[in-house]
Design a protein around this ligand. Sequence first.
Ligand code: AMP
Length: 638
Amino acid sequence: MSNRKSKIVIRPSSHYCPRVSTIVGIDLGTTRSAIAVVEAGMAGLLADAEGQRLLPSVVHYPKDGIPIVGWPALRQRALDPARTIYSVKRFIGQRAADVPEPERQVDYTLTGNSLAVKLGEETVSPEAVSAEILKSLKTRAELVLETEITRAVITVPAYFNDAQRQATKRAGERAGFTVERILNEPTAAALACGLEKLPEQARVAVYDLGGGTFDLSILELREGVFQVLATHGNTRLGGDDVDQRILDWLLEQIDGDADVTLRARVREAAEAAKVALSTETVTTIQLPFISGDTSFECVLTREKLEALAAPVIDQTRTHCRHALADAGVKAAELNQVILVGGQTRMPLVRRRVAEWFECAEYAETRGDIRLGDSFHEADGPTLNTSQNPDEAVALGAAIQGAILSGDITDMVLLDVTPLSLGLETFGGLMNVIIPRNTTVPTKAGEMFTNAVDGQRQMLVHVLQGEREKAVDNWSLGRFELESESAKRGAARVGVQFEIDADGILHVLARDTATGHEKVVEMKSAVDVDDTAVQKMVEESVEHAFEDMDARKWIEAALKAREAVKAGRGGLEDFAGELNNAEAITAALESVEAALETESDLPQLKAAVAKLDEATLPLADLMMDRAMEAVLRQRGMLD
Ligand code: AMP
């Protein structure tokens, strides 16, 4: 690894910037974290006293004394698994219900709805564990830069929801930082990778496969501005899953029950073998004295590893396809595919990505691409491996920090919303206020009215998702706004959604008559049904037709019920004066019968059309009476 690869020149030397940026960039990773800073116009990672640039995201809580972070904590993982916390990023800002049971299988104990970590009698929150990692990085930066560091940009996976972003921000604050920006990891990576090589207008895909998350983002660079056209991914897919497969394979061969300590040791050996097989074709796994004086030893070949890992890697393909479709971009139209995340060092990942994105001929005969190489052939995009995949995100965060602090002025960065945000409206439909993939920060609003006469409370139910029916989306929160009692349809309540630069949603609702308003920050995970985002998008595609039918039915049924109500009212008041009362009654009954089918739209439409026709004389009559009433009021009639 040459030192040069962890730094990129951001500005031409004529704009040379001599100082150290005051805002650092932090990649708070599932398995490893890193801190970077822009110095003299170059972004670079900050190493610890031993020269290590990556910090294992592991915290060990000794029975007595202060928490231990990083490498020494990692060494405790096998010795004291119950008090050694790893992969805590999977739990930050999450509730027990959000995380499926298999994901909660860690070597330490999680407790309660808030997924706190149990340490004997005490508990510690995932947020507090993350804060320890961030504190350690802060101390490192202060030692290297010999100055107090208080401002940071912290990255999160693009699919983190508001609660997870907020919790990450709070962890940063707990560590003593002012968190200037929560930045999406793929966007940060793109910032760090090969900007100077891109043409004026370019499109890149960022394939980010880390320890615990996967994201595929399509970004467009136009005159120095990055825009995320689409993002797709899975917050629970990564290198850890590959480790799990190797672990399962090894445990099959180890006789007897593996206790937690042994499992932790085997997992560590599995990961080490996986890493070794990125450069070797065969490796030996040795576990001395696994029980009594029995030791375990086995050979793992790259071929076997690839067979074990392929199902995990292949799961990323659907997301790639979806992101391309969402962005309306063909693989061949991309300039680059940037590989990010430690797991992309695996030759199998590189081969698969090159193949899927039609990068170029990636013949087996070429052998594996050497780390740090890029290759390019005539048509397809370049597979960009120019940055160390596990360093690019922190470097990009540092660049963003320098943009914010004014140390870099020739670049701007825009992020987008991963899912649509909207409100539940009458009839249980989703009314989108901010569509998916909108550039943030953003603000959008709409006027709503009351659905029933004299309604004094307006329910503001905030939803996130791609489905037509409110119930199929995630509920981010709900609150009530007092509104002035008004006739149905007369009240005016304005609702505004504002997503700030950190991707956090602020919802403002105001009754325009009274000026009464409420602003609610959607940061609580309590009401969030956190089904994976990609599942949401996939389901929306899968159910597109039936969703559309459901929307059409609900809208038609609402109209039909109104028509029935008006028709019945009119009939009661004017029955004696109508000569087609029977026809109206029959038409009303057939609308009601159609409504009872709860799905037969053509029948409902036909019945409503008939009712409209039958009620024409009634409508005329009502109009005449209304006119008469007005004229009488004005003294123009006897
Ligand atoms: P990240 O979250 O980006 O730090 O990625 C961490 C993941 O990358 C872990 O699952 C590591 O085991 C994996 N990883 C790191 N280095 C390698 C390597 N050389 N070959 C294969 N996987 C690796």
